[in-house]
Design a protein around this ligand. Structure first.
Ligand code: ATP
Ligand code: MG
Length: 384
């Protein structure tokens, strides 16, 4: 799901350097914000660069991209643009235009503009900006003392209404907390719990919840975040559910979706099938526990999506022999096919499928060893 961070790392310098060169040589007022400033303070690599510019973000992005030569996508309605290049993403956003309205504030317009922009952000650690403009390059704007919170390892919102304004921040808070091994600041934790209690998560569209879940499962610390979401009551998960979560991001993602109320998330048909299979896994596992004949194992597992079939050995390692057997059985070529049946005068109907399955099962169980024996069986079946 996630882009490869390690391959992106190698090219990081050159992309960031080109971005900085562009702004330092220009007259624009631009700031690196959010993730990059936070991560570099923490001594961590970051792949994406968020830039706030004063002026027309989309036009400036076009100019920047004539140097970067990446893939530019503009979002006119938000005044934002993204450039994708070598697994990096450079996001450009326009600082709010209304900050320019009062001429009385002109001398302070740049800092106050960026500070205004930072006011809209989620957490103090993400509300730090660093100028990459010619005249004050490197100057840090940290109106909410995010640098201090980074040192104290705290996730802190900027104002009391934050979680009510945007409940996706509940997911974000827990994701950052676990990614960095931080703690929730006391008031932030209390206000988050209050928002959860007031049902703010239920007010989010399914699509927004799904997006947040995908972001959570893109990170290695997803088990902690899911545990937190259960602990705080965002999701109603039992201890056992958590214990049985498969140890792979993708499978765990489907596993969690299968534990949530049906039809709350806008899933594609394919994803829905996988999730339904995951919901059914306890029954499948119980049946598989008892199964020993190859044909029985095949019959239990073949209707499943490959994701659900793979998850079984992650949930129950003691069943891995049987799931391995299934992977071999999947490759078995049937001795006879529908074509043979038609040649023998069978009309395609239910009985036809039954005979094909029967012969294939006998083949899987080694009761029939070759095509000749299969055809001989077919002959006797026909006479009946
Ligand atoms: P990551 O390493 O997860 O990408 P990031 O800080 O770059 O971390 P993004 O999701 O890329 O996070 O968003 C960029 C910035 O936009 C954040 O740092 C934050 O300042 C702001 N932001 C994103 N989502 C929200 C939100 N829901 N509410 C307020 N600010 C947000
Ligand atoms: Mg980012």
């Amino acid at each position: 799901m996630a882009r490869s961070r390690s391959s992106a790392k190698k090219k990081k310098k050159s992309v960031l350097k080109k971005v900085i060169d562009f702004f330092v040589k220009s007259e624009y007022h631009a700031y690196l914000v959010g993730g990059y400033v936070r991560d570099s303070t923490l001594g961590r690599e970051s792949v994406d660069f968020d830039i706030v510019v004063e002026g027309d973000g989309i036009r400036i992005a076009r100019q920047l991209n004539s140097k970067l030569k990446g893939k530019l996508t503009s979002h006119a309605e938000f005044g934002t643009a993204s450039i994708c290049i070598n697994s990096h993403r450079v996001d450009l956003a326009s600082a709010r235009a209304e900050k320019y309205t009062s001429p009385a504030h002109l001398p302070h317009v740049y800092p106050s503009t960026i500070v205004e922009d930072l006011n809209r952000r989620d957490f103090t650690i993400n509300a730090i900006a660093m100028s990459i403009s010619k005249e004050n390059f490197g100057e840090i704007f940290d109106p909410f003392e995010g640098l201090s919170d980074i040192k104290k390892k705290l996730i802190r919102i900027l104002h009391k209404q934050s979680f009510m304004d945007d409940p996706t921040r509940i997911f974000r808070a827990l994701r950052y907390k676990n990614r960095f091994g931080f703690k929730m600041e006391d008031d932030t934790e209390r206000l988050m719990q209050e928002a959860i209690r007031k049902g703010m998560v239920e007010r989010l569209t399914g699509q927004r919840v799904l997006n947040e879940l995908q972001l959570i499962f893109d990170e290695d610390t997803y088990p902690d975040t899911i545990e937190d979401l259960a602990y705080y009551g965002v999701f109603n998960l039992k201890r056992n559910d958590l214990r049985l979560m498969p140890s792979s991001n993708d499978h765990a993602f489907y596993f969690l979706l299968s534990k949530l109320a049906k039809n709350t998330l806008p899933l594609t048909k394919d994803t829905q099938k996988i999730v339904d299979d995951f919901r059914n896994l306890p029954k499948v596992i119980a049946k598989l526990n008892k199964a020993s004949a190859h044909s029985t194992i095949f019959g239990i597992l073949s209707p499943l999506s490959s994701e659900a079939a793979e998850a079984i050995s992650l949930i129950k390692p003691e069943l891995s022999e049987k799931t391995k057997t299934y992977q071999t059985l999947r490759k078995v070529k049937p001795f006879i096919t529908g074509k043979d049946l038609r040649k023998y005068g069978f009309k395609p109907n239910r009985q036809y499928d039954r005979i094909l399955t029967k012969i294939f099962n006998m083949q899987l169980d080694k009761k029939i060893m070759n095509r000749k024996q299969a055809l001989a069986y077919l002959n006797t079946a026909k006479k009946k």
